[in-house]
Every structure is written in C-alpha cells, then in structure tokens.
Design a protein around this ligand. Structure first.
Ligand code: HPA
Length: 248
C-alpha cells in the first residue's frame, strides 16, 4: 500500500474518500495525527499530515519515527512525501515542482535512527541513493502524463528550522551543492530507508531562498502560503496519477 505524508499546505487530500480514521501508537510514541484511510482514484491509500491536522507541530518536533513505524505496521511499502522548499538554484522559482534525487542533512538533535540502543543488531542504511529510483521515476512519469511540469532531480538541504535561513547559510548550502532547502526531509528519508520503505519526495518550491530572487530582504510568508495553497492543487493531480499505477 502507498502512503502520502502531506506537508505545509497539504493537511488534507480533497479527493481522498476517507473510509476510516485511526489513532496509532508505536514504541516511539504517537504519530503526528490519526491516519486517514481511504480511496484515491479507486486505490487504497493512507494519508497523514506531517505537521498535524491543525498544522501545530513544527518540523523539529515531528515524531518522524512514529509516523514511519506506524505506516509500516499498517502494511505500507511506499511513501510519497510532500514537502515545501525554498529554491536556491535559479530555475527553481516559486511554484516549481521538483523530485529531488539527493539530500544533505543539516539537522541536529532529532531522533534520526531506529538503532538507538546498544543491545540490538544494527545495519548501516545504504544511503548512496537516498530516494527510491523507481518511485521517483514513477512520480515523474505520472506528472508528465497529467501535464504537470516537474523537475527531475536536485539536492535537498534539510535544515533544522523552525526559523528560516540567513543569506550566508543559503550561500553555504549552495557551495555544498544544494539546489533547494527545506526542514522536513531529514531524518524522514533515512528512517524510511531503515524500515525498507520505498520513499520519494515531491518538493514544491514556495519561495526563493534567502538572498535569492525577491527574498533579498526577507521571505514573504503570506506569499509562501499563497504559493503553497495554489501549488498543492497541481500536486493533488499528480498524486491521483501516482496512486493509479503502482510504479512497480
Ligand atoms: N528555507 C527552509 N525551509 C523552507 C524554506 C526556506 O526558504 N521554504 C520552505 N521551507
């Protein structure tokens, strides 16, 4: 089964016919909210709002482990994550949809592994390709078939938040090779791999990163929210197509 984790601007899927909601418990605590089980385009999916349904959980306080653990417990094998980002690369302007293929972790102090005791056998997640290539290809193909332009690849810089970045930080991420910046890509991507979940991110550029484009003096949050809301309509149409083929 496929799960969708919605981010900023996507706390619900309007086209999801909800069959039931279920509160989950895990050894790692509670997920961000009740799971929404339903049918999207006649396929069974689970939807979860990463920041909670009232958008109250900031990126550094999301219980990423509980979210992914509970999804796997429900038989999920694929996760499509929706995440808003700031665009660093010049072509990643607000409104662009991009499926990143690499990630750099600048977060700290988050529970970033399921192997956090000294008495369990652990494995080293093979993070060379952080995102599932097949799932990425399937998303790109789906976007193409619903005529939604979608950029193939890019490096996602995962920052701690919840504050936005300084210009010097963005310059550093760019020197490191980052194309976009967001706050939720890690540890979610790595935890999904530890659980053998096929995982990919649909990133929606909602602003120019600090110091770029019209963000030279700051980021206009109202504009960010408006872009997020407007872009999520297009993401929804991509998702409808993503669920209808299973990508395997
Ligand atoms: N920086 C960090 N995270 C973000 C941004 C940004 O500019 N936009 C959306 N998420």
């Amino acid at each position: 089964m496929l799960a969708i984790i919605g981010g900023h601007g996507l706390t619900e899927l309007a086209n999801l016919k909800i069959t039931h909601r279920q509160v989950m418990r895990t050894p790692y605590g509670e997920p961000s909210g009740a799971f929404m089980f339903g049918m999207l385009n006649q396929r069974e999916v689970i939807f979860l709002a990463r920041h909670g349904y009232g958008h109250t959980i900031p990126p550094h306080l999301v219980n990423y482990r509980a979210n992914l653990w509970a999804l796997r417990e429900q038989g999920v094998s694929k996760v499509v994550s929706i995440a808003t980002v700031g665009g660093i690369r010049t072509d990643l302007i607000p409104g662009t949809i991009v499926v990143p293929d690499q990630i750099i972790d600048y977060t700290h102090g988050r529970d970033a592994t399921f192997y956090d005791t000294r008495d369990a056998i652990y494995t080293n997640a093979n993070f060379t390709l952080p995102f599932c290539p097949k799932l990425r290809a399937h998303i790109l193909h789906s976007a193409n078939s619903v005529q939604q332009p979608c950029v193939d690849g890019g490096v996602y810089a995962a920052t701690q938040g919840p504050r936005l970045d300084s210009i010097a930080e963005i310059n550093r991420y760019e020197r490191d090779g980052a194309d976009m910046v967001g706050m939720t890509g890690m540890p979610e991507t790595a935890l999904a791999m530890e659980l053998d979940l096929k995982y990919a991110i649909i990133a929606v550029v909602v602003n120019h990163a600090a110091g770029r484009g019209d963000s030279k003096l700051g980021i206009n949050i109202e504009q960010v929210n408006a872009t997020a809301t407007a872009s999520m309509e297009r993401v929804r149409s991509v998702l409808e197509c993503v669920v209808s083929g299973d990508g395997d």
